[in-house]
Design a protein around this ligand. Structure first.
Ligand SMILES: Nc1ncnc2c1ncn2[C@@H]1O[C@H](COP(=O)(O)OP(=O)(O)OP(=O)(O)O)[C@@H](O)[C@H]1O
Length: 363
């Protein structure tokens, strides 16, 4: 996707969003609430027109060829588009037909989706009788039933219990390779556990794209060392603080060390490694060094660093009055929400239930 923007009325929900997803990879689209994830997912899925910019899936422009795109993607919106009075199997036959799977292939595809999503025992059960975790699996099954090359999952684990979350994450991981997956989430561990690459969005703008490991390595906001030393470390703190490559030295209050021992946390300057000097200064000062270990930035550190940097810069601009043209994204809905979505772009999930068969027998 290239420089995708969406205005709701005059309020920008996303601005100049660009990223590329390689075949077979799982890209995590990570951002806090209201960052613009759902808006981006819906544009990609061909259900919402962008105000400007372009996006292509499997070579097809999501706006100009939205029908072709919808046949080539599986989309799981935040609320799965399920029909409670249908059986799991009946619903999947219905979706397969809707997605253009030929009558001859339907049984094979439905069986495959049921098996992939571990729904064999539930295939004859009415959807309304399923737990949330199983419904989510049905949601994923409907997204893969037509074997699309790309799958778009909007917050796929929201509202699930820890066991269900693990199951759904494993299911998603097992789909990579065969399918290209974009998964939006505001949950950090979801990204590090499931995704090979991450795009971080904050207030409508992409602030970083990389593998979780590279992000953690590059933005070493929390990287450095932890030292366990004998006695009071106040003097050592002063000596370490002036070393080249050292950003911050703090004595961490902890009950977990034996008496007369101190824990020191050192944050280092990104791209430097003053480990040898830290050890030399400590030992040279005659201080007993029990342990010295490296600490690395977590994805959480990276995320906080990126999202708070933006906010800090923005606050500064507001304070100096430079931000009048670019007002921050408002959380209040504008008057022109979905009205610019044409009827043909309304997803199946939004089809009134009266328009769909009420039994699972429509094949
Ligand atoms: N239909 C709409 N009309 C007006 N504003 C909207 C509409 N939908 C979303 N917005 C606004 O656009 C911004 C981005 O919303 P979006 O739902 O894309 O974010 P999100 O990252 O998916 O958030 P969440 O994780 O809370 O679902 C928000 O400020 C939101 O209030």
């Amino acid at each position: 996707m290239d420089r995708l923007s969406k205005l709701y009325g005059v309020t920008p929900a996303i601005q100049d969003v660009s990223f590329k997803v390689e075949p077979g990879e799982i890209l995590g689209f990570l951002g806090p609430n209201g960052a613009g994830k759902t808006t981006t997912m819906r544009i990609l899925a061909g259900y919402l027109p962008a105000t400007s910019g372009t996006a292509r899936i499997a070579g097809y422009d999501v706006h100009e060829n939205s029908l072709a795109v919808r046949q080539r993607i599986g989309y799981l919106p935040e609320t799965p588009p399920l029909y409670p009075e249908m059986t799991v199997e009946g619903f999947l036959y219905f979706v397969a037909r809707l997605k253009g799977v030929s009558a001859g292939d339907r049984t094979k595809r439905v069986k495959m989706a049921i098996a992939r999503c571990n729904l064999v025992e539930k295939r004859k059960v009415l959807i309304r009788k399923l737990s949330k975790g199983f419904r989510q699996r049905v949601g994923i099954a409907q997204a893969i039933v037509h074997d699309p090359p790309a799958i778009i999952l909007d917050e796929p684990t929201v509202g699930l219990d820890p066991r269900q979350i693990i199951d759904v994450r494993n299911l998603i991981k097992s789909l990579a390779g065969e399918h290209t997956i974009i998964l939006s989430t505001h949950i950090l561990p979801e990204v590090s556990m499931t995704c090979s690459r991450v795009a971080i969005i904050n207030r409508g703008k992409i602030v970083a794209t990389n593998s979780p490991e590279n992000l953690m390595a590059q933005l070493t906001g929390g990287a450095g060392y932890e030292l366990e030393v004998d006695g009071d470390a106040t003097q050592l703190q002063k000596l370490l603080q002036v070393l080249q490559g050292v950003c911050l030295v703090e004595i961490v209050p902890t009950q977990q060390l034996p008496p007369n021992r101190s824990l020191i946390r050192i944050v280092t300057v990104p791209g430097t490694d003053p480990g040898r000097d830290i050890a030399a200064v400590t030992v040279g000062a005659g201080i007993g060094l029990h342990e010295m270990r490296r600490t690395r930035a977590t994805l959480e550190d990276v995320f906080l660093e990126l999202t708070t940097q933006e906010r800090r810069a923005e606050n500064l601009e507001i304070e100096t009055g430079n931000n009048l043209a670019e007002s921050p994204i408002s959380d209040s809905p504008s008057e022109v929400p979905e009205s610019n979505v044409s009827q043909s772009q309304v997803p199946e999930s939004e089809v009134p239930e009266s328009d769909v068969p009420q039994s699972g027998e429509d094949r």
